[in-house]
Design a binder for this molecule. Structure first.
Ligand code: GYE
Length: 307
């Protein structure tokens, strides 16, 4: 077993040595999600010693829990979850623990006890909200500003934390929240909620959009343009993610500021999975750093972005 024959085709392990990993992805709601799925599939490839069982739950929490139960029944070596929502995980996480299968969370967090999972790899969503809110406060906080919010999926960690961080950062400024509804992190969702806002408050009644992700901001741009407005000028837009389409809209002047959320988590998650399975000690939380971009900063880096 220990003697590898260099002539037998490189260092990919024989298939019976592959680590079987079940990955319960949220769905395919956004550009961020596509980049995250690709990063995970690349990191958890056969070349790297894995057999990946991939499930995308179409953002349905019940379907995602069912997928995790399937992984438990299949007896996979480890389970990775990007939890759609924070709540409702206690039972199935306990079932995984009872079956002796370690769970590693990536991207979003859960409200369940941290004893029920081995580790989490992701981003500081609260801090992303704070960074977005601080820029808004600095730019618009001294003048009367009517803001509408496009929230992410209700009950998801990034929607909860990005709202909280932003609201704390704009407290005491002249920015007023006119309305706040979910657009489910999708472009279509952002567009239709924005159409409703424009119908209710008029283009002139809205000064600022805070969208919890780029895709919803891009949907809002479509709605504003369809109504005859100029996004980025008549109505300012702040978003989170910094995916390719979002960065292009920022460079084009249609978005005013983007806080990054790095989706390229695959390699770090893979390292954590290997450590957990080897019985090595791991941290409970691994935070990946995020940056922020103005229009000028986006123009400088857009050609070197990885997603
Ligand atoms: O910002 C959004 C995606 O959970 C951080 O989910 C992720 C968020 C991301 O749909 O675009």
């Amino acid at each position: 077993d220990a003697t590898a024959d260099p002539a037998d085709g490189g260092d990919a392990p024989a298939s019976d040595e592959l680590i079987t990993v079940g990955f319960a992805q949220t769905g395919a709601e956004s550009g961020w999600r596509s980049a995250n799925t690709e990063s995970m599939q690349t990191a958890f490839s056969e070349e790297n010693g894995y057999e990946l069982v991939f499930n995308a739950a179409d953002n349905d929490p019940a379907a995602q829990i069912a997928a995790v139960r399937n992984f438990i029944n299949q007896g996979v070596d480890a389970i990775i979850i990007a939890p759609v929502v924070e709540d409702g995980w206690d039972d199935v996480l306990q079932e995984a623990a009872d079956a002796g299968i370690p769970v590693i969370l990536e991207d979003r967090t859960v409200s369940a006890s941290e004893d029920l999972y081995a580790s989490w790899v992701g981003l500081d969503f609260y801090q992303e909200g704070v960074m977005a809110g601080e820029w808004a406060a600095e730019q618009y906080g001294d003048t009367e500003t009517q803001m509408v919010v496009l929230e992410g999926t209700t009950g998801s960690a990034p929607a909860n934390d990005r709202a909280e961080g932003f609201n704390e950062a704009i407290a005491g400024t002249m920015i007023e929240t006119l309305d706040s509804q979910t657009g489910d992190f999708t472009r279509d969702g952002g567009k239709s909620v924005m159409e409703g806002y424009i119908a209710n408050y008029g283009l002139d009644g809205i000064d600022l959009v805070y969208a919890h992700n780029d895709d919803m901001g891009l949907g809002a741009i479509e709605a504003i343009e369809a109504a005859g407005g100029v996004p980025g000028e008549d109505i300012k837009i702040i978003t989170i993610d910094a995916v390719a389409d979002g960065m292009q809209a920022l460079v084009d002047g249609k978005i005013n500021y983007i806080v990054e959320c790095n989706p390229l988590l695959g390699d770090l998650v893979s390292q954590v999975v290997k450590d957990v399975l080897a019985g090595n000690e791991v941290e409970k939380e691994y935070y990946v750093e995020d940056q922020t971009f103005t229009q000028e900063e986006a123009a400088e880096v857009i050609d070197s972005r990885l997603y």
